[in-house]
Structures are given as structure tokens and as C-alpha cells.
Design a protein around this ligand. Structure first.
Ligand code: GLU
Length: 502
């Protein structure tokens, strides 16, 4: 049978790392077995669901490169893919189960249910519904209706053998029926509950494998009971572990960024996130950890999904991101960093009359499809080895543009107090005279000649000049920095740092 999996988010918030991982594992499993992925919106929580969230989840998946063949936005044979638009389908199934005596109306109020829960817990028993409304007579029900009460519908759990789930990740998991209690399948507002709608949809959409977070494991016996009542075979289940923060606690918003969009905004590359998220709870056979999405497809298997919780290691994500940034061509990196530095670049003045934005993009970033300017590409290549995120490119704008140095810290000032500094600066300045175009090769040869003429070692030349021009002790290669700045800005900056010389 052809593999069909689904990603079925509730559109009550942004796509989080955990959701992205479920989506990715489903995608990898489908792609690796020639199957298909369905994207379905589980929007039956009327209060909390928003179309905007649905859109942003789909956007985040698109950005990550997780493609679905059927569902939201693309349609397909099992449409509609939004649960709120499938109410007649659920109604059909309610009738089917009601005909078999599995469904009854429940008029209990929230307070009554809560009191029952408390009582059971006080007795040390599992909180569950004990079936108070199961035996209501037609007259009693009519009476409650007459009082304006609107019932929900409950599924009756019949006595029987324990529910056994052969989970592809966790192995055999056994649940006693007695602990489950009759559960609601249609709320008093007429909308199906998650446990019911998910079964109907997985059935109607011919889902073969359900790969989802461990938090749904405890829901699974209820779902299996519904499959049973409908005389249908459940799909294979695979419950993937929680993601913990580095203190071993479940990751929450308090741990900082949890939404994919946060990472996008901070300048993480989709391929870095994919690589990182792919390794949250799954490990490749072999040592290689840097893996493209195609390699992940090839290597992924449910057997290698771990039962143990995954730990979110931000340093590892940064390491991957820095790696993928280094892998970029200068042109791609220029396109990627442009949206992050655009505003700051626009504020820059420049003595050599460079127009940083000219020829870059129409102002719409990469979308314009224009080719980044040579200056922007050179800027990108200059900082390529130095940044872990695209947003960090912003920190280099002041260093690499314009005539001003900014404040020097004590360590940098100390460098400029060195005895040979004045001589080095003067010699460099005089060599720049008459030079109009400065490129990396030119800078290198000037610095080399300078060392020879003055009889000084590399460092004794580079350090004073780096600090004189950038105000900093460290940074990208000097030949690139100087070429980017150009003669006018370099001379202006040296003028500014003159005052630090002793
Ligand atoms: N709507 C559920 C959620 O967002 C999906 C659970 C499932 O995959 O069955 O958690």
C-alpha cells in the first residue's frame, strides 16, 4: 500500500520547532518511501483557531522546503482539508457509530465534571467520566433540553481487553479500557473533538502512518477505540519524543525562540534548521551530521528515531548555520543578508560616493530577482567566515562602510600608542596617494611592500592599520576590508584616530 502521511497542525499559533520536526519526519518518511504528505488544518477549536496562523504555518513549511502533495493551498481528492469545513463528514460517522450504540448525549456541566475529577483524584483514582448521562431516559433528556441545556456527544467505551498500540518508536504500549472513561466526540457547539475528527480524517484520507509528538500518545487509545467501533484498522503509529531545553525541561516559550519564524527573522538558513531539526530525536547511521534535505530523505527511517527525549542545543544550530553560510556563493549570501542590512546601509554616508543600494535590489529584497551589486557581494564575502546568523551582518555595516571609526576600547588605544605606529601610518598613507581604485590584490601588495621597506613583521603592520581604520582589534581580512572601504574612507578614518597616537 502506498504510504500516506499527514501533518495536521491546529492553527492556534505559529509553527514551532516541535511542529516543524513532526512535519519534517512525515515529509522524510513519505519522500523516502515514494509516498505522499497531506497538510490538514485541525481548526475545531473555534476560539483559538485563526486563518492567519494557518497561513503562517504553511508559509513556514514552504520556507523550510517541506512540500506537501495534497491539502491546504494545493487541494486534492479528499478536500476539504480544513476540519471546520468537514462537519457533514463527521456527522455521517456519528450516525454510523450511534447506530451501533456507541454514542450518547451528555448534559453534565463543567462544574459537575470538575467535581467528579476532584473526587476521583482524592480517592487516588484516574480522573475520568463515570458515565452519569449514559442511562438517561428519553424523558429526562427532554426535560434537560426544555431547561435550555445543549448536550455534547460521548463515545461509550465498552469493557474488553486492554488497548494495545504497536508504536513504531515506543514499541508495544498498553492501555486499560477502564482508565479511559467515555469521552466527548462532539462538543455542545456542534464541533467534533480532536480525538474524533482526527480518526475520521485519517480514515477518509487513507492515512497509513501517523507520525506525531509524544504528547498525543495518551490520546491514541481513544482513537483506536473509535477505529474499532467503525470496524476499521488504525494506521501505524509513531510517537516521537519531547524536545527538552538544555536544563532537561520541556521546551517552552520561556526558553526563548521556539517558532520557526523567530529563527527566520534572526537569520537562520532553512537548510540549517532542517539539518538541525532532522537530528532532534533521529540519528543518522554513520558519523556524518551535516546533511542536506535530500540526504536526510535517503537516510531517514523510523527505526532510528529515539525513544529518549531530544535536547535542543542552540550551539549546534549555530554551528550548522555558520556552516551553511560558509557554503553559500557570494551572490546568494548577498541576497540573503540584504534584507537584514538594508535599513542600516541606507543610513550610511560614503566619501567615495558608493551607492550601496544602487544596482542591488529594487527595494523588495530578493523578490525583485535582481542581481546583487558587486559591492554587496564583496561585503558578503568579507564577512562570510565571521557570522553565525544573517542578522549578525548588521554588526559589520559600520565597520565596513563610511568615513567614521567610532569609539576605541582601551586595548585598541594601547595598540595605537606603539612606537612604530606613526611611521607605519605615514608610510601607508603616502602609498595610498594617487591610488583611486583599491582592490584586494592592490592592498596586499601595498602592505607587503610596506613591511619590506620598514623592516617590520606582518603583525606590526597589520595591527596598527587595522585599529587605525576600523577601531577594532579583530575582524575580516584587511585586504578585503580596505578594498570595501576605498581610499577616501580609509584616509578619513585615519584622520579620526590620529588623536590616539602618543
Ligand atoms: N492537531 C494536532 C496538533 O496540532 C495534531 C495531532 C495529530 O497529529 O494527530 O497537535
Amino acid at each position: 500500500m502506498k504510504v500516506r502521511v499527514r501533518f495536521a497542525p491546529s492553527p492556534t499559533g505559529l509553527l514551532h520547532i516541535g511542529g516543524a520536526r513532526s512535519a519534517l519526519f512525515n515529509y522524510l518518511y513519505a519522500a523516502g518511501s515514494g509516498g505522499g504528505l497531506v497538510l490538514r488544518s485541525e481548526d475545531t477549536d473555534r476560539e483559538r483557531s485563526r486563518v492567519e496562523y494557518e497561513e503562517s504555518i504553511a508559509d513556514a513549511l514552504d520556507w523550510l522546503g517541506i512540500a506537501w502533495q495534497e491539502g491546504l493551498r494545493v487541494g486534492g481528492e479528499c478536500a476539504p482539508y480544513r476540519q471546520s469545513e468537514r462537519l457533514e463528514v463527521y456527522q455521517r460517522y456519528v450516525e454510523k457509530m450511534a447506530a451501533q450504540g456507541y454514542v450518547y448525549e451528555c448534559f453534565c456541566s463543567e462544574e459537575e465534571l470538575e467535581a467528579e475529577r476532584q473526587e476521583l483524584m482524592a480517592r487516588g483514582e484516574l480522573p475520568r467520566y463515570l458515565g452519569r448521562c449514559a442511562g438517561l431516559t428519553p424523558e429526562e433528556k427532554q426535560d434537560k433540553r426544555d431547561q435550555g441545556m445543549i448536550p455534547s456527544l460521548r463515545f461509550q467505551v465498552r469493557p474488553g481487553d486492554p488497548v494495545v498500540i504497536e508504536d513504531q518508536v515506543r514499541g508495544e504500549v498498553v492501555f486499560d479500557r477502564e482508565g479511559i472513561g467515555d469521552f466527548i466526540i462532539v462538543k455542545s457547539d456542534g464541533l467534533p473533538t480532536y480525538n474524533f475528527a482526527v480518526v475520521v480524517d485519517d480514515l477518509e484520507m487513507n492515512i497509513t502512518h501517523v507520525i506525531r509528538g509524544e504528547e498525543h500518545l495518551s490520546n491514541t487509545p481513544r482513537q483506536v477505540l473509535i477505529f474499532e467501533a467503525l470496524d476499521e484498522t488504525p494506521p501505524q503509529f509513531a510517537h516521537i519524543s519531547l524536545i527538552l531545553n538544555d536544563h532537561g525541561k520541556k521546551m517552552t516559550k520561556r526558553d526563548g525562540d521556539t517558532a520557526v519564524a523567530d529563527y527566520r527573522e534572526k537569520g537562520y538558513l532553512p537548510e540549517a534548521l532542517i539539518n538541525f531539526v532532522g537530528l532532534l530525536g533521529w540519528s543518522p547511521p554513520g558519523e556524518k551530521e551535516i546533511l542536506t534535505i535530500d540526504e536526510l530523505i535517503e537516510l531517514f527511517s523510523l527505526e532510528r528515531v529515539s525513544k529518549a527525549p531530544a535536547v535542543f542545543d542552540k550551539n549546534k544550530l549555530d554551528f550548522f548555520n555558520a556552516h551553511y553560510i560558509r557554503e553559500c556563493s557570494g551572490e546568494r549570501l548577498a541576497e540573503l543578508i540584504f534584507p537584514f542590512i538594508r535599513t542600516k546601509l541606507a543610513e550610511q554616508e560614503d566619501l567615495s560616493q558608493k551607492d550601496f543600494l544602487q544596482g542591488s535590489f529594487s527595494g523588495e529584497g530578493v523578490a525583485g530577482g535582481q542581481i546583487p551589486s558587486p559591492w554587496l557581494i564583496a561585503f558578503a564575502e568579507t564577512i562570510q567566515e565571521k557570522i553565525k546568523t544573517l542578522a549578525e551582518a548588521r554588526d559589520f555595516v559600520d565597520v565596513l562602510c563610511g568615513p567614521h571609526v567610532g569609539d576605541l576600547d582601551e586595548e585598541a588605544r594601547e595598540v595605537l600608542r606603539g612606537s612604530a605606529v606613526g611611521v607605519v601610518r605615514e608610510a601607508f598613507r603616502s602609498r595610498l596617494e594617487g591610488v583611486s581604485e583599491l582592490d584586494g590584490v592592490r592592498v596586499k601588495s601595498i602592505l607587503k611592500q610596506l613591511g619590506k621597506d620598514l623592516g617590520l613583521k606582518g603583525k606590526d603592520i597589520f595591527m596598527p592599520l587595522r585599529v587605525s581604520v576600523t577601531g577594532q582589534m579583530h575582524g575580516p581580512d584587511l585586504d578585503r576590508v580596505f578594498a570595501l572601504l576605498g581610499v577616501e574612507n580609509i584616509l578619513a578614518r585615519m584622520g579620526e584616530t590620529e588623536k590616539y597616537l602618543s
